[in-house]
Design a protein around this ligand. Structure first.
Ligand code: HEM
Length: 229
């Protein structure tokens, strides 16, 4: 008897790349919304705290209490797990496709961002775990009151806690490199496959990453310099 193994289309390389793209879009949409929400800190404590409370009530009265928030959280976790799973499967497949392993791995393999995608992803994941314990649950925050996010943010990035700002800066810059390369690869696959198209994809990806990094870093640096207190 001949047993034929069929592989689900999602596990094909094209399927895995589609998973990377779809989950990447979900995660990037969250990053844009979160950055815009964070910038509301410049409108003052009352407005920022009001906004944070409103986030917990989206969907009511259609949905009970914090249901929407939990649906969003579950969606983000599923997207992040899918993104990591597809990235790992693609990396394993690329390695297996090489008939003879390199005796020495070539030093130059694409851009700096391309080589650091994997480590970048790990650093971002560790940052998100720390960040949730810091500003969502308040466990690692000097104020740690989930009902007063403005006070939590101001306490977090106080000048004497400069190392927290430094850690956030490293994480956000790592995220910037990750986004620049991810977006560039996606745009290159979808767009014009010409040197001009590639230059344009590179510029759009860089511009997006810089704007996102600046938007995120504006908050800790505003607290560090006393602009927000
Ligand atoms: C660097 C500046 C950032 C600031 C000032 C900031 C601020 C905050 C605050 C105040 C909360 C708690 C919101 C609340 O519970 O009301 C939060 C939650 C969160 N942030 Fe950030 N954030 C920053 C960067 C990031 C980055 C770069 C990421 C992702 C890579 C991120 C991902 C998250 C996630 C996943 C949550 C939890 C959302 C939830 O489930 O409630 N944040 N952030």
């Amino acid at each position: 008897m001949v047993v034929t193994r069929t592989r689900s289309p999602i596990r094909s390389s094209v399927g895995l790349k589609a998973v990377m793209a779809v989950t990447g879009i979900i995660l990037v949409s969250f990053l844009i919304a979160h950055m815009l929400g964070n910038l509301k800190i410049f409108t003052g404590a009352t407005s920022f705290d009001h906004y944070a409370h409103w986030l917990r009530e989206i969907g009511t009265p259609l949905l009970p209490g914090v249901w929407f928030l939990w649906i969003m959280r579950i969606g983000l976790v599923v997207a992040a797990v899918g993104h990591i799973w597809a990235a790992t499967a693609l990396a394993v497949r690329a390695r297996a496709a090489r008939p003879v392993q390199y005796a020495h791995r070539k030093k130059v393999q694409g851009s700096y961002a391309a080589r650091t995608m994997r480590w970048g992803g790990v650093i971002i994941l560790l940052f998100v775990i720390y960040h949730i314990l810091d500003l969502t649950t308040g466990t690692l925050n000097p104020v740690g009151d989930p009902s007063r996010p403005y006070a939590n943010v101001v306490a977090d990035f106080a000048p004497e806690r400069w190392y927290v700002t430094l850690f956030y800066t490293l994480a956000v810059v790592t995220l910037g490199f990750h986004l620049r390369h991810g977006l560039f690869s996606a745009l290159r696959s979808l767009g014009q496959q010409s040197p001009r198209g590639e230059r344009r994809a590179r510029a759009v990806a860089l511009g997006f990453a810089v704007v996102l990094c600046a938007g995120y870093l504006a908050v800790p640096f505003a607290v560090l310099t006393g602009l927000v207190s």
